[in-house]
Design a binder for this molecule. Structure first.
Ligand code: F6R
Length: 607
């Protein structure tokens, strides 16, 4: 998704803008640009490709006020002409989001004589602000008026070379925060871009607009009413977003999972019991009245939900459904006010998940829980209950540590729900907590399998398709494995519950189709073994992730990798790790851009 950085300071801010954009690279982008107020007007530099190219192109630029942007194409192909900032006369604008009424604005402004040079929706904002300045010369007020004409989701930053030293920023639907300090004031799409200059962050609300100068920040609503927003001291560690010794963020994040899980589970402390309060003060009362659970999420986050469904129904006995957020939000469904709505999201800003949550609430389903990695995000703010996964910033587009920490959070929810429903004995509770606490160590041991997985990865490089099989609570793990492989190695991959094989997909199996199977030693293992025989009989090459005690012998065309520990209910958390490593190493062999796969964005803040 697009990223914004803006600055007004008493020093040259070009290095701050460029550094900020580098920190936002993980969101996904195809072009970048910046505009500053220079001595004789707006100076703009844009480039297609990486921020490093923009950095080189702007090496001689210096200014105390400016805006910068990474663009992820929505309206118009990625090219320099469509890259932000967009300029109209004295002003320049960067924008994140989508302006739905841009065509009518474009027609109106074209009729007034404004000439459009890009295919973007953003350019209409630039001309609209310029047109408004004719009757309202104050930039803050002109942007306020212009924003009221915009339909859609946006975060914008605007500068005017006739009003130097000033940046106006506004948000309605897309994320934007301010970084405030004695030596200057800043704005960005997320805090990681501003940690280089300050930890003091002000989160703008939808409908807020702010004027930043080096000395001051003034925030109002779009109708001009002044508002105060609190300053939060960001706890984000600057080191957490550095690559350190790793080659890629995805690799770093896979290896951070033991720590991420330990941090997430710290909330349980040394106790042998779990209290509902870990989901919020109201959780005990609220959960006692819950008769069903509906999980809403997208992508990888939905896979954690699909896994949890097995836990919630088996251990807690609570009926559970999982819906893809983009489907649920437009579906006519039957609401149940006693149903707990669980929104799962790494970023907490995913447009479809947020809209699905709002839709669920609009149907009178107000018992809501956010499971999220970003405490200040919209999804967290809009839920009655919350559980913050403490995975730390996830930069790689392919989600890894966010997924396993979501699973840990969902297992805690299962235990709390089971307890509230009187379905968990003290002994069972203590055993599960013990297993949870041991997870970081168990994950570490799985990570030691990397070399063997690396060797397997070589054999996938020339493949065009792959099939992932799992059963029961490991079927969603097969789905996650297939998603990881396709998104970063571009190998077409599909997941099936192994029992479905002979109902269609078996027709695809031949020597060119690797079949990856998750085969823990559980009650479905014997059934799975028969499914694997079906593959073997068709000459398919099998790659099996088994447990130490799964009795599956290695043979011609059957490659086995055994996980060190058998982990019962929590086994999905261990079994997804080798699948993450496999995708990572296949992508390395294929030479794809692991952290920024083509066409994908980290935080999908548009529909
Ligand atoms: C895949 C991936 C995406 C996200 C999805 C939801 O690796 O990262 O499928 O899981 O876009 O994002 P969040 O969790 O931020 O709502």
């Amino acid at each position: 998704m697009c990223g914004i950085v803006a600055a007004a300071a008493g020093k040259n801010i070009v290095p701050v803008l460029v550094e900020g954009l580098k920190k936002l690279e993980y969101r996904g982008y195809d072009s970048a640009g910046l505009a500053v107020i220079a001595g004789n007007g707006i100076e703009r530099v844009r480039s297609v490709g990486r921020v490093a190219e923009l950095e080189a192109a702007s090496a001689d630029t210096q200014a105390a006020t400016g805006i910068a942007h990474t663009r992820w194409a929505t309206h118009g192909v990625p090219c320099e002409r469509n890259a932000h900032p967009h300029v109209s006369g004295s002003i320049a604008v960067v924008h994140n989001g989508i302006i739905e009424n841009y065509e009518s604005l474009r027609n109106e402004l074209t009729a007034q004589g404004y000439v459009f040079t890009s295919d973007t929706d953003t350019e209409s904002i630039a001309h609209l602000v310029q047109a408004t300045l004719k009757t309202e010369p104050d930039l803050l007020k002109a942007v306020q008026i212009a924003c009221q004409r915009l339909v859609g989701a946006f975060a914008i930053a605007v500068i005017d070379h006739n009003q130097p030293g000033k940046v106006i920023v506004a948000r309605e639907g897309s994320p934007l925060l301010l970084g405030v300090s004695d030596s200057g004031n800043y704005a960005a799409s997320d805090a990681s871009a501003l940690l280089q200059v300050t930890r003091n962050m002000v989160y703008l609300e939808n409908g807020d607009i702010a004027e930043l100068t080096a000395a001051k920040v003034r925030i109002t609503r779009l109708d001009g009413t002044p508002v105060q927003r609190p300053v939060h001291v960001s706890q984000l560690s600057a080191a957490a977003v550095e690559l350190g010794n790793y080659q890629h963020y995805m690799q770093k994040e896979i290896f951070e999972q033991p720590e991420a899980l330990a941090n997430t589970l710290e909330i349980v402390g040394g106790s042998k019991t779990i209290q509902p309060g870990i989901f919020g003060a109201e959780a005990g009362n609220l959960l006692a009245d819950v008769d069903a659970i509906l999980i809403l999420a997208c992508g990888t986050s939905s896979h954690s939900g699909f896994t949890a469904r097995y836990w919630l129904e088996r251990i807690a006995g609570v009926p559970c459904n999982v819906e893809i957020a983009s489907e649920y939000r437009y579906r006519t469904s039957v609401p149940n006010p006693r149903q707990l709505i669980v929104a799962i999201s790494q970023s907490g800003e995913t447009a479809d998940t947020l809209a699905a949550l709002r839709h669920a609430k609009s149907l009178g389903q107000t018992k809501t829980l956010a499971i999220c990695n970003v405490p200040e995000s919209a999804i967290v703010r809009e839920c009655a209950l919350r559980f913050i996964t403490r995975a730390g910033p996830e930069i790689g587009v392919a989600s890894t540590k966010a997924f396993t920490t979501q699973l840990a959070a969902l297992f805690l929810l299962t235990l709390v729900a089971a307890k509230v429903k009187g379905r968990l004995s003290e002994e069972q509770e203590a055993t599960y907590i013990h297993q949870l606490r041991h997870l970081p160590v168990a994950v570490n041991k799985v990570l030691e399998l990397e070399d063997e997985i690396k060797a397997w990865a070589q054999r996938f490089a020339d493949k065009h398709h792959a099939l992932f099989l799992g059963r029961g609570r490991h079927y969603p793990i097969a789905m996650e494995g297939a998603l990881k492989l396709k998104e970063i190695s571009y190998i077409h991959a599909e997941a099936y519950p192994a029992g479905e094989l002979k109902h269609g997909p078996l027709a695809l199996v031949d020597a060119d189709m690797p079949v990856i199977s998750i085969a823990p030693n559980d009650q479905l293992l014997d059934k799975l073994k028969s499914n694997l025989k079906e593959v073997q009989a068709r000459g398919g090459e099998l790659y099996v992730f088994a447990d130490a005690d799964s009795e599956i012998p290695e043979s011609d065309g059957v490659h086995i990798l055994r996980l060190p520990e058998h982990y019962g209910e929590l086994s999905p958390i261990l079994h997804v790790i080798p699948l993450q490593l496999l995708s990572y190493h296949v992508a390395l062999v294929k030479g794809t851009d692991v952290d920024k796969p083509r066409n994908l964005a980290k935080s999908v803040t548009v529909e």
